[in-house]
Design a protein around this ligand. Structure first.
Ligand code: FAD
Length: 493
């Protein structure tokens, strides 16, 4: 049922009441179910298909559940985090093994169906599903195993909260995002940033190797092809094949986490300018262990600053911001695993439209449109404009060559968000959203983060991949020459 939120409920929904907005709501997809539950207690049954060589691949329910629309489990596996996105694939192949994935690929080819790949289901634009095609859902492939040197092997179905639950008891850390139900697969393949990225790089920078089933049904490992590894560090989302495992390096888990939440109420354009300008000045000086976000939600501004290392003089460093704020709430020396749970976000699904608002060089990129931008955010409740710090180790030259993520020198990521519950609100909010996008586009902001896509980005190839698009097309031709893996912004053959 539709409902109108009170201001308090709205803020809570936005994560500002209890947690924090950028790492907002997520939901427990049925992929969190155990395999036993997902199986529905069905008897094992064999399914057969032919691969390219004519060999028959024999699979059972232990490899794959091939769901059609009349199956009662279909709706659960068809759910996406974004309620606005509605797709109806012909088949949802819930795969538990590589053999299951191979079978699903054979089946799709035999029926001439396009294939989308789904893990955590958080794609802003529903790129992990399709209409009338095959969706290969690997959300049940959640195994985590430890290797030598504290390296970890992970199934693509692991959600970020499961990654943390697997790593923290061993006092290890994988730098990733904060929302608990985002999938490690989509996050890593598109880059992946969060609290720890300025120290260790993007999540994909910790990726050592992956295994993938290509369009020909063969299993590939990046041990044999460094170019595939390069392509999957920022450009691997549903483009070349189905990733079935990731090998990551891990880092010592810091024991504690500090956060400062600064509130500014009744903002106007002058305060917007001074707070944003100061936020940039402070952000430029914070050490790599720290992260900062600037979140304008209507006329309320929230700034989050975090760190996980005792930094002498940190209070003085952020003082130019705290003196401007109406209030500052520090939480110091919190137990890190517990602190992370605060950012897992709300369970969904939700109606929303989110997209990159651009990667910026500095404050001038935003201040050039300050009046119109502030007017559109403040005048349209439900619209949120956010800037996050990147930079630090992300900008490290060594990662330039080992990954296709092209925007390492742009140290700030903008995110535009719109949330609604009543469908009648959608058109007005989306209009304001698009007006803000036009402001930035006219201001020359062209670089965007692949994991914050928008179906309306015109020059998306350049926006997401910079000068690397042509090289990515070569990888596409090698692993998927007939464009089996296809969605509106997949890499073209
Ligand atoms: C609430 C929320 C919070 C977020 N927070 C952050 C954050 O803190 N940091 C950040 O960097 N990003 C964040 N994101 C963006 C997130 O990284 C992307 O949405 C990511 O692509 C989601 O991955 P997924 O596996 O959950 O989604 P899915 O919808 O399953 O997949 C996303 C894309 O990856 C492809 N893909 C998924 N699995 C595979 C696979 N096994 N093999 C090949 N391709 C695959 C899909 O085809 C699709 O194109 C957030 C998104 C949301 C909705």
């Amino acid at each position: 049922m539709s409902k109108t939120y009170t201001k308090r409920e709205f803020l809570k929904m936005m994560g500002l009441g209890l947690a924090f907005l950028p790492f907002m709501s997520c939901f427990n997809h049925s992929s969190s179910n155990t395999e036993q539950e997902a199986d529905g207690g069905q008897q094992k049954k064999d399914q057969r298909a032919e691969d390219n060589s004519g060999d028959e691949l024999k699979v059972s329910d232990e490899d794959i559940l091939l769901l059609t629309r009349d199956d009662q489990r279909y709706a659960d596996f068809n759910m996406a985090f974004n309620k606005r996105i509605k797709h109806l694939p012909k088949y949802i192949a819930v795969c538990r093994t590589e053999k299951g994935v191979q079978y699903a690929i054979q089946k799709a080819k035999a029926e001439k169906l396009k294939v989308a790949v789904k893990s955590g289901g958080h794609s802003f634009e529903g790129f992990s599903s399709n209409d009338g095609g095959m969706v290969i859902n690997v959300s049940l492939m959640k195994k985590i195993s430890w290797l030598e040197n504290d390296e970890v092997l992970m199934g693509p179905g692991c959600l970020l909260q499961e990654v943390q639950a697997g790593l923290f008891p061993r006092k290890r850390l994988l730098p990733s995002g904060s929302c608990g139900t985002v999938g490690i697969a989509g996050l890593t393949l598109g880059g992946g940033y969060g609290f720890f990225s300025r120290k260790y790089g993007l999540t994909c920078d910790s990726l050592l190797e992956l295994t993938m089933v290509g369009a020909d049904g063969r299993v590939y490992t990046t041990k044999d092809d460094k170019e595939l590894l390069w392509a999957c560090k920022g450009g691997g989302n549903g483009n070349f094949g189905v990733v079935t495992s990731f090998r990551f390096k891990t880092y010592d888990m810091p024991p504690t986490f500090d956060s400062y939440v600064l509130k500014f109420r009744n903002m106007n354009v002058e305060r917007f300018e001074s707070s944003l300008s100061t936020w940039f000045d402070v952000s430029e000086k914070i050490p790599e262990e720290a992260f900062a976000a600037y979140v304008l939600n209507g006329k309320t501004l929230t700034i989050l600053i975090t760190t996980y290392k005792s930094i002498p003089g940190f209070d003085q460093l952020i003082a130019p911001l705290t003196v401007l704020a109406d209030s500052t709430s520090p939480t110091l020396n919190a137990d890190l695993p517990k602190a992370m749970k605060r950012y897992y976000g709300r369970k969904g699904p939700l109606y929303f439209k989110n997209a990159s608002a651009g990667l910026y060089r500095g404050k001038a990129d935003i201040l050039q449109v300050k009046e119109a931008l502030f007017g559109l955010v403040a005048g349209n409740p439900g619209i949120v404009f956010q800037v996050n710090t990147l930079g630090g180790k992300i900008a490290d030259g060594t990662f330039e060559g080992t990954s296709c993520y092209p925007h390492r020198q742009l140290a700030y990521l903008g995110e535009l968000q719109a949330y609604w519950e009543l469908e009648s609100k959608e058109a007005g909010l989306v209009k304001a959203f698009e007006d803000i996008q036009t402001l930035f586009r006219n201001g020359g902001i062209e670089a965007h983060y692949r994991n914050y896509p928008d179906i309306n980005f015109k020059d998306w190839e350049k926006a997401y991949y910079g000068d690397n698009y042509g090289r990515l097309q070569e990888v596409k031709r090698k692993y998927d020459k007939d464009d089996l893996f296809h969605y509106p912004q997949s890499i073209r053959v």
